[in-house]
Write a protein that binds this ligand. Structure first.
Ligand code: B4P
Length: 193
């Protein structure tokens, strides 16, 4: 199994690049944001509880998202590898993920960390908010709260994986295709290594 984390702040291009990466590498895409939004659309109790948290730009509790990922791993026994997008977002989530993967005798091969400046993040998300219908994209103060939440709780996840030498920084500004090429080059060099 070859497992990748696509890491970066809100609006850094994780969802955008994930679509292209899974098409090229045949990995199973696991986006906690997408799973939470489908729970909201289904009006499930989990979705209803998550919506009020997400609308404030805050993180959903660790135990909720860890359980979601646990089920997703269980439901995909044939996967040749996973692309984690938007997960883990806290050190507790990262530790839990390592444990779940080691139970399956696999691990994270690499963490691809997209670097994008704050002004560019805000402008991309404000822009997406005009068409996405996502309530967490329509209010600039919520967008800024999400970036603050990332800086407070999520940026340290890179430090966690850095101790194992797994983090690769990739510039996340430029065209979508250029960034995709940079990500693919990093993956290809690790896959053959
Ligand atoms: P996510 O769904 O993960 O959303 P995101 O980080 O805001 O967006 P993403 O990174 O996928 O978007 P992209 O850059 O691709 O999370 C939403 C919420 O769910 C969180 O705030 C949290 O409340 C909750 N949540 C999710 N996971 C959680 C977890 N593990 N723990 C706790 N809570 C969790 O795209 C952004 C825009 O930029 C798009 O419009 C795109 O077209 C554009 N774009 C992309 N690349 C570009 C480029 N190169 N140039 C110009 N524009 C570009």
């Amino acid at each position: 199994m070859f497992n990748i984390i696509l890491f970066g702040p809100p609006g850094s291009g994780k969802g955008t690049q994930s679509e292209k990466l899974i098409a090229r590498y045949g990995l199973k895409h696991l986006s906690t944001g997408d799973i939470l939004r489908s729970e909201i659309a289904a009006k499930s109790p989990l979705g209803m509880a998550a919506k009020s948290i997400m609308d404030k730009g805050q993180l959903v509790p660790d135990e909720v998202v860890i359980e979601m990922i646990n089920s997703a791993l269980e439901n995909n026994p044939q996967a040749k590898g996973f692309l984690f997008d938007g997960f883990p977002r806290t050190t507790a989530q990262a530790e839990a993920l390592d444990k779940l993967l080691s139970q399956k005798e696999t691990e994270i091969a690499m963490v691809l960390a997209l670097k994008v400046g704050r002004d560019e993040l805000v402008s991309r998300l404000v822009n997406r908010g005009k068409t996405s219908g996502r309530s967490d994209d329509t209010d600039e103060s919520v967008i800024k709260s999400r970036i603050d939440e990332y800086e407070r709780k999520t940026a340290v996840v890179a430090d966690y994986y850095n101790q194992f030498g797994k983090v690769v920084l990739v510039p996340g500004e430029g065209t979508i295709d250029t960034i995709f090429d940079s990500l693919s080059t990093e993956i290809d060099s690790k896959m053959v290594a």
